[in-house]
Design a protein around this ligand. Structure first.
Ligand code: 5MM
Length: 325
């Protein structure tokens, strides 16, 4: 077993999953503002400390994805976040993309940036304790979208990122997110997700990415949030598993879904329903952001007196997802 394969397996095995706490400064700040918390560097640190000090987190969480700012911050006990996670037996990951920007030639679509200097940044994060990384590509379903340009540019960037991470000893989480925004049907989402994943694996192979040393982080196949369609849980599970079976090689150790704006309970139900399919070659787990931490943030609202209650809410979501597995 290679070192990369071992890390990837640790991330997706034993009914554990990944917690995505890597909101960029802008996203984290607006989420704090929404719950009445001033978006300062210190408040972002306090909030992330609340998350990682949740009791028994390591029973259901294998890895936490951090943003650059958090990666360099310390907890009240003087340990850095990666050091503290390591003490708990949780792997520390780092978001290395620098965000999705308008794609030249198709400005209503996005290309994720961050390849410049990535080799050096990977080496730096690895020295500071990262074992895995994350890069998110964003694709929308709409009139003539996603365009071939947007798909090609994004899967190319994902594959170059994955190769650079593996060269530097980090397991790349490869995240091609087809957004839930829009009026598309479940069937359209399945068709687009399948086609994006097909292009992605062609590009990963072209770039000689070692497939047993990655974790795929896709969207679940769901109907557009503005479609008025509410497919049954079993239909979402079937459509998602069909898209994955058609495209994801068996050598990939695990698939860790993003939640993409689904309610926490719905995301957990969908994850649970996918465990009922026989003979799937990969582990199916979670790498949720909002579906794990959203209710805790709502409970906390910056009130130190609500800290324990917020941690209990986070713990309940993490345990529910582990149980769904
Ligand atoms: C946690 O949010 C991540 C970073 O977002 P920005 O760079 O846009 O601030 C995001 O990539 C997240 O990891 C994925 O979208 C999965 O989170 P959800 O909430 O969709 O499960």
């Amino acid at each position: 077993m290679s070192a990369l394969n071992k890390i990837a397996r640790t991330l997706v095995s034993n009914r554990r999953g990944i917690l995505a706490a890597d909101e960029s400064i802008g996203t984290m700040s607006s989420r704090l503002e929404k719950v009445g918390v001033e978006p300062t560097e210190e408040n972002r640190r306090i909030y992330r400390e609340l998350i990682v000090t949740t009791p028994r987190l390591s029973e259901s969480i294998s890895g936490v994805i951090l943003a650059d700012e958090t990666f360099h911050q310390e907890l009240d006990n003087g340990r850095t976040f990666p050091e503290f996670l390591d003490d708990l037996g949780i792997l520390a990951g780092i978001k290395v993309d620098t965000g999705a920007k308008p794609l030249a030639g198709s400005p209503e679509e996005k290309i994720t940036e961050g390849l410049d200097g990535l080799r050096e940044r990977v080496a730096g994060y690895e020295r500071l304790g990262a074992t895995f990384a994350k890069w998110r590509a964003v694709l929308t379903i709409g009139d003539n979208q996603p365009s071939a340009r947007a798909v090609q540019a994004n899967v190319h960037a994902l594959a170059r990122y994955a190769g650079l991470c593996q060269e530097g000893g980090l397991v790349p989480i490869v995240e091609p997110e087809v957004l839930m925004d829009g009026t598309h049907s479940l069937a359209q989402c399945q068709q687009v997700t399948t086609s994006v994943l097909e292009s992605l694996f062609e590009e990963l192979e072209l770039m000689r990415v070692q497939l047993d040393g990655i974790v795929l982080k896709p969207n679940m196949v769901v109907a557009g949030s503005g479609s008025g369609e509410q497919p049954a849980v079993a239909d979402v599970a079937r459509a998602t598993v069909d898209a994955l079976r058609a495209t994801v090689p068996a050598s990939v150790p695990g698939i860790a879904f993003l939640s993409g704006g689904q309610s926490p309970e719905t995301a957990t139900e969908h994850l649970g329903a996918m465990q009922n399919f026989d003979a799937l070659p990969w582990e199916l787990t979670y790498s949720f952001g909002r579906a794990l931490v959203g209710p805790a943030l709502e409970t906390w609202r910056g009130d130190e007196g609500k800290r324990v209650a917020a941690q209990e809410v986070l713990s309940a979501r993490a345990v529910a997802n582990a149980a769904a597995r």
